[in-house]
Design a protein around this ligand. Structure first.
Ligand SMILES: Nc1ncnc2c1ncn2[C@@H]1O[C@H](COP(=O)(O)OP(=O)(O)OP(=O)(O)O)[C@@H](O)[C@H]1O
Ligand SMILES: [Mg+2]
Length: 380
């Protein structure tokens, strides 16, 4: 079996480092504070938080986890949240009673294919009101009063902005700040959006949580991890080449595992020493394997968005300068701003201070190849 995992979150032996971060999360929440944790996509936020949740559970705190990525309406938010709370209820009758008391919502139990009961809800009217949402937001505090303290983890918290027209952000803030037995951990991957939500004075969540920004994993630990995992199949890699591999994927934890998995797959049982060529070939092979997906993703983009991506394969600094705009034929600053906003929103690029960069190093390579092919065909 491939010793590298990128399909699911990192757990058990697959998880390394992050001891300090785990401790900070656990201490903050045990201490009764709320926290916001952010990092670009694929840095290991969910894995880290699952580890912290394990420790919190061991200390007697009940952790409710919900991922806001699939939320698209107040109704879907209500259902997801109630299902997450249901999974942690300790008194079935009392929980059903609390849900039945919500206006316009009826609990509904069904059975899955294995006969396991599943909790869902039905709406008496098609729309659920913000007042009902407010009552749902109070449930963790009510549940916690039964004895155990509760921590609610909201993953991909930036998605809450999809419901901004209902004032959900402000409503949520006003409810949670009054709660004493429930604490909150917010996770976000679109760093610029999360930063704006928690650090802008005019936003409801301003200053409402202790901030933790996680970075990439330390190089030393990553080198040891890759080297020992490859060694289990008799594959050797020098320290310099390990560094090269890590740099090739910009040190992003998910892509480190993905590229290492590809290298293992390519070499296992046949080759014993990793070379630079093998790393480069495997890198290109991943781009090739993902090319249908990348093609569709690129095809949907406007001409300006494509030009901007091509420009970003070269540099992500000073992108609004006249020089940059002229060099990459990016028309004007205001249309460029719109193109940047779309690419940020789609999670294709990220912003760090004033620098813009691809989230996915393999997609960056795809765009680089795409631009080279286009240039070649224009020359012919
Ligand atoms: N501490 C770690 N040790 C080893 N590998 C890790 C670690 N953290 C993350 N990874 C690698 O990164 C992958 C993605 O991790 P995870 O899903 O936790 O990241 P994320 O930041 O939540 O990603 P997303 O932005 O997609 O939600 C894991 O499958 C694993 O390959
Ligand atoms: Mg995640």
């Amino acid at each position: 079996m491939n010793p590298f995992n990128y399909i699911s979150i990192a757990e058990g032996d697959n998880f390394y480092d992050r001891k300090e971060e785990t401790k900070r999360i656990v201490d903050t929440l045990q201490g009764g504070n709320n926290m916001v944790l952010f990092a670009p996509r694929r840095y290991g936020k969910t894995s880290l938080v699952f580890r912290a949740m394990q420790q919190l559970e061991q200390s007697g705190i009940s952790c409710v986890y919900l991922d806001l990525m699939p939320v698209y309406s107040l109704e879907s938010f209500a259902e997801l949240y109630l299902q997450a709370l249901y999974r942690k209820q300790t008194s079935f009758e009392r929980f059903i009673q609390m849900v039945s008391a919500l206006k316009n919502i009826r609990p509904k139990m069904t059975f899955d294919e294995f006969g396991k009961p599943e909790f869902g809800i039905e709406f008496a009217e098609t729309k659920v009101s913000p007042a009902t949402i407010a009552d749902i937001l109070n449930l963790p505090e009510k549940m916690a009063q039964d004895g155990r303290r509760i921590v609610v983890v909201m993953d991909e918290f930036q998605e809450i902005r999809k419901l901004s027209k209902f004032g959900l952000e402000a409503l949520m803030r006003s409810k949670i700040q009054l709660q004493h037995h429930a604490n909150y951990l917010f996770l976000g991957s679109k760093t610029h959006i999360i930063q704006d939500m928690f650090m802008d004075k005019n936003r409801p969540f301003y200053n409402s949580a202790i901030t933790l920004q996680i970075s990439t994993l330390p190089e030393r630990e990553t080198i040891d991890f890759i080297t020992s995992r490859l060694a289990t199949s008799g594959i050797r890699i020098s320290e310099d080449l390990c560094r090269y591999l890590i740099a090739r994927v910009e040190n992003i934890p998910y892509y480190i595992q993905l590229l290492s998995a590809e290298i293992w797959q390519y070499m296992v049982g046949e080759l014993h020493d990793v070379t630079k060529d093998i790393i480069d070939n495997c890198f290109l092979r991943v781009v090739e394997l993902k090319s249908d997906y990348y093609f569709e993703r690129t095809d949907r983009l406007s001409v300006l968005q494509k030009r901007l991506l091509i420009a970003l394969t070269q540099s992500g600094d000073n992108i609004y300068s006249g020089d940059y705009i002229r060099r990459y034929r990016l028309v004007g600053a205001s249309s460029l701003q719109k193109a940047v906003a779309v690419l940020l929103d789609e999670g294709i690029i990220d912003r760090n201070e004033a620098t813009y960069a691809f989230c996915d190093p393999f997609y960056k390579q795809y765009i680089y190849n795409y631009a080279s092919q286009r240039n070649a065909s224009e020359r012919n």
